[in-house]
Design a protein around this ligand. Structure first.
Ligand SMILES: NC(=O)C1=CN([C@@H]2O[C@H](COP(=O)(O)OP(=O)(O)OC[C@H]3O[C@@H](n4cnc5c(N)ncnc54)[C@H](OP(=O)(O)O)[C@@H]3O)[C@@H](O)[C@H]2O)C=CC1
Ligand SMILES: O=C1OC[C@@H](O)[C@H](O)[C@H]1O
Length: 235
């Protein structure tokens, strides 16, 4: 029951925080373009940008123009394009948000930085360590910012825990156990998360467990155990 109350409170807080607020923008806000009309866009970028003075979203692009136009119209975004390359060619965009399937993060981040844009890349930043290194090298070479959109790392609660761990006040960390689950049926079977050729899979999607462990104690040896169940009847 407490979970239901917590959930409803969350919805109420979210609704009141984003629906009634129009923050005036500063003279020179960061101008974002968005690569794809992904489902996560409103939660991850559109709503937060509405409540932030230093950011605006200029265009969204999708592989089909109609899809980009539909999202742009729904969320009051001024322009839409029918290809990602067309968006990257726009001179009035400072930064690009990349909520593509994981396997495409590296390719499009490098293209975007090559076109002079900073990149905010959805988690996980890449399909593997080699791609992550390529993104880092490109950011250094082009002088652009490449940031993985692991939003929890910016939360003050995470910083307090980190400062306590670092302080040694409670001794040293001997062992960390993390787990993350999605209820069966949360995602449709054709979701990108179930497609290994798009770098899907539980470890990629629920990579918070790795990023949190690394954030708190640095590189660590891990034992990984995965329960794979697509629906209630699966073994
Ligand atoms: N930070 C967070 O809390 C969250 C992060 N994410 C991350 O965001 C990313 C997107 O997730 P989500 O919004 O759920 O995914 P969606 O499937 O809704 O969006 C992915 C987008 O990628 C585009 N795309 C391009 N090529 C392909 C292809 N070959 N197959 C499928 N889609 C393609 C589609 O764009 P088009 O519109 O052009 O057709 C689609 O809209 C993932 O990296 C995920 O891990 C997701 C949820 C929460
Ligand atoms: O925050 C999240 O919750 C559910 C996941 O599937 C998603 O990709 C993740 O980022």
């Amino acid at each position: 029951m407490s979970h239901i109350a917590e959930f409803l409170t969350g919805i109420n807080n979210w609704y009141n925080s984003v629906s009634n607020i129009r923050i005036p923008k500063t003279a020179n806000p960061v101008r974002f373009g968005v690569l794809s009309a992904a489902l996560i866009n409103p939660t991850a970028l559109f709503d937060p940008v509405r409540t932030h003075p230093d950011a605006v979203i200029v265009p969204v692009a999708a592989r089909e123009l109609a899809k980009a136009q539909a999202q742009a119209t729904k969320y009051g975004i001024p322009r839409a394009y029918g290809s990602y390359d067309e968006l990257l060619a726009q001179a009035d965009i400072d930064a690009v948000y990349i909520p593509l399937p994981n396997s495409l993060h590296c390719e499009w981040a490098i293209k975007a930085m090559g076109m002079g844009k900073h990149v905010l890349i959805e988690k996980p930043i890449a399909s593997n360590a080699d791609e992550a290194r390529q993104i880092l090298a490109c950011a250094k070479e082009t002088g652009r910012v490449a940031l993985e959109a692991f939003h929890w790392q910016f939360h003050p609660a995470a910083h307090v825990v980190k400062s306590l761990v670092d302080s040694g006040r409670y001794g040293s960390v001997l062992f960390i156990s993390t787990s993350l689950y999605l209820p069966v049926g949360t995602m449709p079977r054709d979701d990108i998360r179930f497609k290994y050729d798009l770098a899907g899979g539980a470890c990629m999607d629920l990579a918070y467990v790795f990023s949190a462990t690394r954030y708190y104690i640095g590189p660590a040896e891990c034992d990984v155990e995965i329960a794979r169940k697509l629906n209630a009847n699966d073994e």
